[in-house]
Design a protein around this ligand. Structure first.
Ligand code: GCO
Ligand code: MG
Length: 419
């Protein structure tokens, strides 16, 4: 991996531009698809950005190749905010996951370049450390409550301070968050969408039992989390929150769909369970009302899907003044480039809450050599200039794109439901 950097360029009071001379999109599938943008300057410095949008990857590839890259060539890579505004305002059609993932990739790559030119890790450019390490949560899941708790104990033994618990719902052939491979969960597993089955009633029976046993068997010290994956109505979510209150969860995630942010007010009126939402949000406009009305406790917007570090930092600052903390999405469909960017963000903001961490496979780690490391429940960035991550393009070329969809969900009577 070439993590080498150029020394900081300075010529008195004249800024030396880093002119963008090349930008290319690399699609690779070391077990799952990733889209990466690489930007190169005339001074020979390059930066990388993640543009992966699970199940819709090639839409972002086209957005970048056909509509963004032609506008980048010749610009000064140092002008991060200006380029962000140019791409966001300049599209006229603002926001949305495809456009914002593309802008995010450009933004990450530009921060990477700036860090390398400065000879500093990106978090230093963002104000420096607010903490020593980034607390992460791992994913424990199982076909039964016993199996889920056994997996959770393995995570605790690995040093995790926070663990998400997902357990198969009795009577359903498959359940979100529960995989055969206990270490690597990958829902985008099929050439065409797999059809899953959902029953709110069955789900609402098993989850309180899971957490009652988890608190009893795992003790009081470990943080416990759960992801509803947008499947309840507000009043059902309120009931689940009340049912779980005694087990003091760190958060209940995506309790309802959030297209209508007011949904959360009803949940709030009934329960003190901490609420998290936002992994599918593209910008501040998806969470402004949630934050300013204090309807949530954690905002899960993440660097790749919410416009990059430049925009995510604005969301975090807005959240901070409303006492809302961050909890960035960190599933395996976010590449190590996103994780490196998220960690630089996480250590540098005052209102960090937690970071999701699903380990990537060895093949993915080999394609994306990185400098962050896990130790005793925390992820650590190190002092590598830039984001501290790169892409091995030759190795990436050995794993061609494979179409892969996320599942869809139906009720027992065949009605299309939320996945
Ligand atoms: C999470 C998420 C993921 C998503 C996945 C979809 O909390 O980690 O819900 O598991 O399902 O990122 O692409
Ligand atoms: Mg989730």
């Amino acid at each position: 991996m070439d993590m080498s950097t150029k020394p900081a360029v300075s010529r008195g009071d004249v800024a030396i531009p880093q002119k963008i001379v090349d930008a290319r999109v690399i699609v690779t599938c070391p077990g799952r698809n990733f889209v990466t943008l690489k930007i190169v300057t005339d001074q020979g410095v390059h930066g990388v950005g993640d543009a992966t949008l699970n199940g819709r990857e090639l839409a972002v590839v086209s957005y970048l190749r056909d509509h963004v890259i032609p506008c980048l060539i010749g610009r000064d890579a140092h002008r991060i905010e200006d380029i962000w505004q140019y791409l966001y305002r300049g599209a006229y059609w603002r926001g949305g996951p495809v456009g914002m993932s593309a802008i995010a990739a450009v933004d990450m790559a530009l921060w990477d370049i700036k860090g390398k030119v400065a000879g500093l890790p990106v978090y230093q450019l963002m104000g420096g450390r607010c903490r020593d390490g980034v607390m992460v949560y791992g994913h424990a899941n199982g076909e039964s409550i016993d199996a889920t708790l056994a997996a959770a104990k393995e995570y605790a033994a690995l040093g995790y301070k926070a663990i998400r618990l997902q357990c198969a719902v009795p009577g359903l052939p498959s359940t979100y968050g529960v995989s055969k491979d206990k270490l690597f969960y990958e829902p985008a597993d099929a050439d065409l969408p797999t059809e899953n089955l959902w029953s709110t009633e069955a789900y609402m029976r098993v989850v309180p039992e899971l957490f009652a046993r988890a608190r009893a068997e795992l003790g009081d010290d470990v943080h416990l989390l759960h992801d509803v994956h947008h499947r309840l109505t507000p009043i059902e979510a309120a009931r689940l929150g009340k049912d779980l209150e005694a087990y003091r969860l760190f958060w209940l995630e995506d309790a309802v769909v959030a297209e209508n942010q007011e949904n959360f007010r009803l949940i709030r009126q009934h329960t003190t369970i901490p609420l998290a939402v936002g992994e599918i949000f593209s910008s501040i406009w998806d969470c402004k009302d949630l934050i300013q009305n204090q309807l949530i406790d954690y905002i899960r917007a993440t660097v790749v899907h919410a416009g990059g570090l430049t925009h995510l930092r604005k969301i975090a600052a807005f959240a901070d003044i409303h006492n809302v903390r961050t909890g960035c999405h960190g599933a395996t469909d976010l590449s190590p480039v996103s994780m490196a960017a998220a960690l630089n963000f996480d250590v540098s903001i005052p209102n960090f809450g937690i970071q999701e961490y699903m380990r990537h496979t060895d093949a993915t780690d080999a394609v994306f050599p990185h400098a962050y490391r896990f130790e005793d429940g925390y992820l650590h960035v190190n002092e590598t200039p830039g984001l501290g991550v790169d892409i091995d393009e030759d190795l990436a070329g050995e794993f061609p794109y494979r179409r892969a969809y996320l599942p869809v969900n139906r009720l027992r009577d065949g009605t299309m439901y939320h996945w």
